[in-house]
Ligand binder design. Structure first.
Ligand code: GLN
Length: 484
């Protein structure tokens, strides 16, 4: 029989609806693959028995309703899943069993999907290489000892290695798009407010967004449709109509205008990335798009701004982990000692670094100099985009300044690690939608991605442009399963 794990979700949904195969057969195929792939360390929690029961129940009922009927899906371990361990990649949540389900995962289940497992990630989604997880590094299926990117590294690795047909991640500064770029997959960060944050472990609340990671642009449109929508439980959720992104998907993009920001041509960028960018521009021209040079003058301040705003919000969000209400608790002779021991033992180094930076920039005397200043610069970054979108329909940039790197290469140098996010963080600061699509390989045969940035709530535009690019790129994800 053909290997069902190579299928896109669109094809799996059609196959299940047409009774070409059953949900049980699909689920078993992914389970078999995942069971042979422990070396990648993509899963933290496997829900394979429960998934098989759900698949059998689905097949017995014989009704294919919803957008994702009978589809097993593994999700990043940042989404709270009722009665299923949710760790955020941290020791401090090692024993946490939520009593509730996140809105976004619940939406997937309402569309007919069910949980296959929880995927590894950087601790509290802080990282760009999946090396900060308490549950160990994740390996990129494109090479041994190569990072899959982060923080949704387990999600990207599991998807590229066919251990789940699609997945969802969270993106605070690039955590969906950067790992998608490193693994030859499609990753979309929706507009801030498009998908509910309710029930997602919080990192930086004004930046966090959930979004899909998929094999194709068509799958991305389908999954985004399933997860989007207003949620009164999230005060930042926006009450706006959810488009049927799949039905409206078209590669007819003629006469649209795409901006090329000159500030993204950074120093020391490998020539391969420059070439890739040029290839994207040529392909878009071929699709009838008008290319326009633009300027986003405050881009150079995006990274320092992000690394003030994100740690500030993280230090506040992570104050709740005190060993009292839930999660890991260490012993202590008194309350203060218990707090100290719990947080010292429960958090890893990167999380502690962020809490220290965040507490510092929020402390009296420094608040105005750092936090308030950063908020002002954030506004200028947003205004750069607003101005650009008066003249262009979307913006094309590389997704990352390099391809996937070796484990350990940047681990002890946080600044070089943070530089990975140079093309992705401005988008989060401005709350915009952006997608990374696989666009080619570098000389070491590692995938590279291009990013399309859209106007607020115009995910359809960047999906359509991505479809036009996908067709012309003809990218093949050729992975030999060397880890089995
Ligand atoms: N790599 C960035 C960071 O470490 C972004 C992480 C994310 O998007 N969750 O903060």
């Amino acid at each position: 029989m053909t290997d069902l794990t190579n299928f896109s979700i669109v094809d799996l949904v059609n196959g299940i609806k047409n009774k070409d195969f059953t949900s049980e057969e699909v689920t078993k195929s992914f389970i078999k693959n995942a069971e042979n792939s422990d070396k990648l360390n993509a899963y933290i929690t496997k829900c394979f028995d429960e998934a098989l029961v759900s698949a059998k129940n689905f097949d017995k009922k014989n009704i294919s309703k919803g957008l994702l009927p009978g589809i097993p899906i593994a999700v990043k371990d940042m989404f709270c899943t009722k009665d299923v361990k949710t760790t955020a990649g941290s020791k401090i949540l090692n024993n946490f069993l939520p009593t509730y389900e996140s809105t976004v995962t619940n939406k997937l289940w309402l569309e007919g999907a069910f949980l296959l497992g929880k995927l590894n990630c950087d601790e509290f989604a802080m990282g760009s290489s999946n090396e900060t997880s308490f549950f160990g590094n994740v390996t990129n299926p494109f090479g041994d000892k190569i990072v899959p990117g982060g923080s949704s590294g387990g999600s990207a690795s599991a998807l590229a290695a066919n251990l789940t047909p699609a997945t969802i991640g969270t993106d605070t500064g690039g955590s969906i798009r950067q790992p998608a770029s490193f693994t030859g997959t499609v990753g979309l960060k929706p507009t801030y407010g498009r998908c509910s944050r309710w029930g997602i472990v919080a990192f930086a609340s004004s930046l966090d967004q959930a979004g899909p990671l998929t094999k194709t642009v068509e799958d991305c449109a389908l999954l985004l449709h399933a997860m989007s929508g207003y949620d009164p439980k999230d005060s930042t959720s926006v009450n706006i109509k959810v488009n049927d992104f799949s039905s409206n998907l078209t590669e007819k993009v003629k006469d649209l205008t795409i901006g090329i920001p000159k500030e993204y041509r950074v120093e020391d960028m490998p020539t391969e990335i420059d070439k890739l960018w040029k290839k994207g521009i040529d392909f878009l021209k071929d699709a009838g798009v008008v290319i326009k040079d633009i300027s986003l003058p405050h881009t150079m301040y995006a990274l320092p701004t992000y690394y003030i705003v994100a740690p500030a919000e993280a230090s506040s969000n992570l104050a709740r982990y005190d060993g009292v209400k839930y999660g890991h608790r260490s012993k202590g002779n008194n309350l203060i000692e218990m707090y100290e021991n719990t947080r010292s033992e429960g958090f890893g180094d990167e999380v502690k670094r962020r809490i220290l930076i965040g507490t510092y920039v929020l402390s009296s005397g420094y608040y105005d100099a750092y936090y308030l200043k950063a908020q002002k610069v954030r506004k200028l970054i947003k205004e750069d985009f607003d101005k650009a979108f008066n003249n262009v329909d979307a913006i094309l940039t590389p997704s990352t300044p390099s391809s996937a790197f070796k484990m350990g290469e940047k681990k002890d140098d946080p600044v070089s690690m943070y530089l990975n996010d140079i093309f992705t963080v401005p988008v989060n600061l401005a709350g915009l939608p952006a997608i990374s699509i696989p666009s080619g390989y570098d000389k070491n045969n590692l995938p590279l991605g291009l990013q399309l940035i859209g106007r607020p709530f115009d995910e359809q535009m960047i999906l359509n442009l991505s479809l036009a690019l996908q067709k012309r790129m003809n990218f093949k994800r050729n992975i030999k399963a060397w880890w089995k």
